[in-house]
Write a protein that binds this ligand. Structure first.
Ligand code: PLP
Length: 403
């Protein structure tokens, strides 16, 4: 019901607040040393979600989702995970409310990030590399390409198929949907209060986007000020994606499925096509073909600016951030860091004292393979060829001519 609710606010249940207290409120940090390193007159603040139990913003929605399922008498959750962040978060949340959790993990991440797998098992979950032979969708994909790196789209299809074939089981999604974005607004609401304490308000709000949840969670409470009229400032909202999977900057606004196996309802969103399998970049959480429908509508209406960076420039900015602030960003987060660095650098040139607010969606302490590749010069700056996007969207438009 939260997915289709028209209510302005929905209270956070006490049991969820109690779990949130394990790590919330999260710190809002002024990045003074980064400002100095960039010689910028801008004030850079980051809201740091890396202090959560699994190191990202994802438990903000995993906990309420597990709680509501438990209340309904559900015994098992199935889900997919890309980089392993969502799987870890749901495994943790399942352990809080005594639910079994079954995670389909995109194969390339399963191999690149073995410790995420261990973290999920530590919290009691079962982890399966996707595509797998446990589902019809997985078997079909493996028949066509036994060496496929897998994708979030395929893993979602497998998790849904497993959910439908077991009793008392629900499928849980960690991004994209309205209720997920709403759960994430806890970060934006906290940031607004924290900025009020220092009498500041953002001119620029920045977040990285895979399915759109961490960005929207931070941005929507500020966008509400703007949409209600008379906002304190004419704030810009910048959503940063990967050039390897550029749905909002180079995709089209169409009806598409959320998954490769076409099991989800059609969703109106920016997409590069549900058949698209992105290059195995290190920012696994940004390897998703679509974008949250509400965020897509805001991009269409030009209230949110899309931007794309490749993983080399992003991780390089993250290294600079780490050397200044002492925190190592997740590869996904590195894309937001790059945008914040670029915006602050522009302020140096124009002399503008802008307030930049960024969501640090997670830490990268389990992503050393990505940083190792960068430091050894082995990282590739993938750009998705236009031809691939056109071909994928051409097939989609043939499939659904009305879209
Ligand atoms: C999953 C993830 C993302 C991308 O997902 P969104 O739903 O767009 O937020 C970004 N950063 C981190 C650290 C993640 O784990």
């Amino acid at each position: 019901m939260q997915e289709v609710s028209e209510k302005r606010t929905i209270p956070i249940p006490e049991e969820v607040r109690e779990a949130y207290r394990l790590w919330r409120p999260t710190p809002l940090v002024r990045a003074r040393r980064l400002e100095k390193a960039l010689k910028t007159p801008a004030r850079i603040y980051y809201k740091y979600e890396g202090v959560s139990p699994t190191g990202s913003h994802k438990p903000n929605t995993a906990v309420p989702q597990a709680y509501y399922n438990m209340r309904q008498g559900i015994e098992r959750l199935t889900t997919e995970t890309g980089a392993g962040q969502w799987g870890s978060a749901l495994s943790f949340a399942g352990s809080l409310f005594d639910l079994d959790v079954e995670v389909y993990m995109v194969r390339v991440s399963y191999e690149q990030k073995p410790y995420r797998k261990v973290m999920m098992r530590l919290f009691g979950a079962e982890v399966v590399p996707s595509p797998s032979t446990q589902t019809a969708v997985g078997r079909r994909v493996l028949e066509e390409d036994p060496d496929t790196p897998g994708s979030l789209g395929i893993a979602i299809s497998e998790a849904i198929e497993r959910c439908l074939s077991q009793e008392n089981t629900r499928y849980s999604l960690g991004s994209l949907l309205n209720h997920v974005l709403m759960h994430q607004t806890v970060t934006g609401q906290e940031a607004a209060e924290q900025l009020r304490m220092v009498d500041d308000y953002p001119d620029t709000v920045i977040g990285c986007v895979g399915g759109g949840s961490n960005f929207s969670g931070l941005a929507y409470p500020f966008l509400r000020d703007r949409l209600r009229g008379a906002p304190p400032k004419e704030t810009r909202f910048i959503a940063v994606e990967s050039t390897a999977c550029p749905s909002i900057s180079r995709g089209e606004y169409l009806y598409d499925h959320g998954d490769t196996g076409r099991m989800t309802p059609l969703i109106k969103m920016f997409t590069v096509g549900h058949e698209f399998i992105p290059e195995p970049i290190h920012a696994g959480g940004l390897r998703y073909h679509g974008m949250a429908p509400s965020l897509s509508a805001l991009v269409r209406d030009r209230l949110v600016e899309p931007r794309a960076y490749d993983q080399v420039e992003s991780l390089s900015a993250a290294v600079m951030f780490a050397r200044a602030e002492g925190l190592i960003p997740a590869p996904e987060t590195a894309h937001a860091v790059k945008a914040a660095v670029d915006e602050a650098t522009r302020c140096r040139e124009t002399g503008e004292e802008r307030t930049i607010l960024m969501l640090m969606s997670g830490h990268g302490l389990l992503d050393m393979a990505a940083y190792e590749a960068l430091l050894e010069g082995r990282l590739t700056p993938f750009q998705l060829p236009q031809k691939t996007i056109d071909e994928n969207l051409g097939r989609l438009k043939q499939l659904y001519p009305f879209a």
